[in-house]
Design a protein around this ligand. Structure first.
Ligand code: IMP
Ligand code: MG
Length: 174
């Protein structure tokens, strides 16, 4: 089945929005150091662009989780595939994600990270599909609210493809 990618958010729109979020975070964390926790692999492109736009001191750490479920639907049972290298104790942490869909992965993850004793813990996502929410999650910084469509690009994949697109697109099947 051939697939076609329709542009939903252009490279310019995404970059401008990330710049604005970076400025917002820089204001909100004035006088502090922010510890960005990236959820691999999807969050990695957003993390790099966002980190470059933050003007307070930044440290980074990475983790990888897998949720048991089909490709396009998560179950909410999250397994840590790669854990963080550093402790979160006393740090001002922002979790950086590509997308919040059902909210299952993030609600589980945020609860788990809160137990590790950060001084503060917030969530920043590039994309949010509010219509799809099943579990409540507090999102502190959102790039874009998008409709209920399967998107790729800027770290998001379809069958591990298209993560490297510099824009957000919708997968259409011909
Ligand atoms: P949630 O637990 O349902 O919120 O699942 C979030 C995860 O599902 C994201 O981190 C993505 O890996 C994946 N996901 C959800 N929607 C999309 C999409 O439209 N495109 C690509 N991946 C998606
Ligand atoms: Mg993800």
């Amino acid at each position: 089945m051939a697939e076609h990618i329709r542009v939903l958010l252009s490279e310019e729109e995404v970059d401008a929005r990330i710049k604005a979020i970076g400025e917002q975070i820089s204001r909100d964390y004035a006088g502090k150091q922010v510890h960005l926790v990236c959820v691999l692999k999807g969050g990695s492109f957003f993390l790099c662009e966002l980190a470059k736009r933050i003007t307070v001191p930044v440290s980074l750490d990475f983790m990888s989780v897998s949720s048991y479920g089909s490709d396009t639907k998560s179950s909410g049972v999250v397994k840590i595939v790669k854990d963080l290298d550093e402790s979160l104790k006393g740090k001002d942490v922002i979790v950086v994600e590509d997308i919040v869909d059902s909210g299952r992965t993030l609600s589980y993850l945020m609860e788990m990270l809160r137990d590790r004793g950060p001084r503060s813990l917030h969530l920043c996502t590039l994309l949010d599909k509010p219509e799809r929410r099943v579990v409540d999650v507090t999102v502190d910084y959102t790039g874009f609210h998008i409709p209920d469509e399967f998107v790729v690009g800027y770290g998001l994949d379809y069958d591990q493809k298209y993560r490297n697109l510099p824009y957000i697109g919708v997968v259409e099947f011909e």
